[in-house]
Design a protein around this ligand. Structure first.
Ligand SMILES: Cc1cc2nc3c(=O)[nH]c(=O)nc-3n(C[C@H](O)[C@H](O)[C@H](O)COP(=O)(O)OP(=O)(O)OC[C@H]3O[C@@H](n4cnc5c(N)ncnc54)[C@H](O)[C@@H]3O)c2cc1C
Length: 389
């Protein structure tokens, strides 16, 4: 919110109306608002956090995510992103390297989400920060978005609250807890990390790591809540647990300085969730509120951007939210099915061993599998309006 903006919580009921409201100012919500604002609609974004913030995310951007970011006007390299062309899979002492089928980039979500939010603001959307949405209801032609002190009206809303659920609109709870931390590795470790995204399996979960700029290593991991209860939630305890199982990980973090003390955490991750139940004709679930692809696929950001843009385009062409949802989920289904199969490989100790042995023998197969978990059909979103119709 700029200094001159009134606080939305102080706006009188009925005065604050807009064509559309994004509930959540992450990638999905901002992309939704930006696409609508670009087409002349009045849009408000309500974001519960007061300013830029870190997210539990591996910060790996696929080619699909990069293309969508370029469409919304973001140059990820200008944000200091670091290029990645190789995937390293590791299990115990065994590793397999494979070329990625595209040039990936890793960039801090602290910078990225703020850049997309600013782009939305630049296009004309109004962002209200430190504004938590408590409920969304639809009756007649009007969607009502409720915060602690006021209610706002619009024609259409995007449910874009990501990993946090809005009351009355639950998602199922999964057993995995997600964590993320930034550390500054030693120079020797940095040399071994440049250009590579590492996926390291351990008993009860897996961890992804990549450099997000010249100095900073982003580490994000998923761990089963039962295992977590046993080892504890601190960075010291969890990093020691993984280091015990992976010498490579131990070497990467040896002498590294954590950028913040406690890892960020989010519990109950519903991997594989697809919201098929509709909410209302004018409430469009987007990003993690629409579908949650297993994080090792590294395509959650692409899904968030794609669904945000697609929901805005649906609003513009008067496609109802249920039709939008059905179309998007049908599109995502093949990738989700493949990702779920790979998730089972990662979860099973024996399957993991066989998988790594296969990957060492046939690195080309890994490249193919990475292609197989990419979201499809994103090109149509970024085509010119004429080409879309
Ligand atoms: C461990 C892990 C690793 C991952 N690694 C990767 C990766 O490497 N690459 C990749 O592409 N994807 C990855 N993902 C997935 C990716 O992080 C998500 O899919 C993506 O962030 C979803 O974007 P979103 O906009 O839907 O939600 P979010 O990014 O969560 O944004 C939602 C926003 O809504 C706000 N909000 C929440 N509740 C309210 C409320 N009540 N009122 C107002 N605002 C609210 C939040 O503050 C937040 O800013 C990973 C996920 C996990 C858990």
């Amino acid at each position: 919110m700029t200094n001159s903006d009134p606080s939305p919580d102080e706006a009188p009921l009925g005065n604050a109306t807009a064509d559309a409201i994004a509930v959540g100012g992450g990638l999905a919500g901002s992309a939704f608002a930006l696409e609508l604002a670009r087409h002349g609609a009045s849009v408000m974004i309500f974001e519960r956090m007061g300013g830029p913030h870190h997210k539990v995310c591996g910060e790996f951007l696929s080619d699909g995510a990069q293309a969508l970011l370029s469409y919304v006007g973001i140059d990820v390299h200008a944000l200091g992103g670091s290029s990645i062309d190789t995937l390293c899979l590791a299990n115990g002492s065994k590793q397999a390297h494979a070329r990625l089928p595209f040039k990936a980039v890793a960039v801090s979500r602290f910078l990225l989400d703020e850049a997309v939010a600013k782009a939305a603001e630049h296009a004309g959307a109004k962002i209200f920060r430190a504004t938590s949405v408590e409920g969304i209801e639809h009756s007649g032609d009007c969607v009502r978005v409720r915060t602690a002190r006021a209610t706002f009206e619009c024609r259409a809303a995007a449910l874009a609250s990501g990993k946090h659920n809005i009351r009355g609109l639950p998602r199922p709870d999964g057993p995995m807890v997600g964590f993320k931390i930034h550390v500054r590795p030693t120079q020797a470790a940095r040399a071994a990390l440049i250009g590579i995204v590492h996926l390291i399996a351990f008993a009860g979960g897996y961890l992804g790591l990549c450099m997000v700029d010249d100095q900073t290593l982003s580490i994000a991991w998923n761990i089963n809540s039962d295992v977590l209860r046993f080892i504890g939630t601190s960075w010291a305890a969890q990093s020691a647990y993984v280091a015990m199982q992976s010498r490579m990980f131990a070497d990467f973090i040896s002498g590294a300085t954590p950028v913040w003390e406690k890892p960020l955490a989010v519990a109950g991750l519903p991997y594989g969730f697809m919201r098929s139940a509709t909410i209302s004709p004018a409430i469009y679930p987007v990003g993690d509120q629409l579908a949650v692809i297993p994080s090792f696929a590294g395509d959650g950001t692409a899904l968030a951007l794609a669904s945000g843009i697609a929901a805005a385009q649906a609003v513009l062409k008067c496609e109802s939210a249920p039709d939008f949802q059905a179309r998007m989920l049908a599109n995502f289904k093949p990738q989700f099915t493949r990702a779920a199969a790979l998730d089972r490989v990662i979860a099973g100790a024996l399957l993991r061993r066989v998988g790594i042995a296969g990957a060492r023998l046939f690195p080309g197969m890994v490249t193919m599998l990475v292609s197989g978990t990419r979201l499809r059909g994103l090109d149509g979103l970024t085509a010119s309006p004429d080409a879309r119709n």
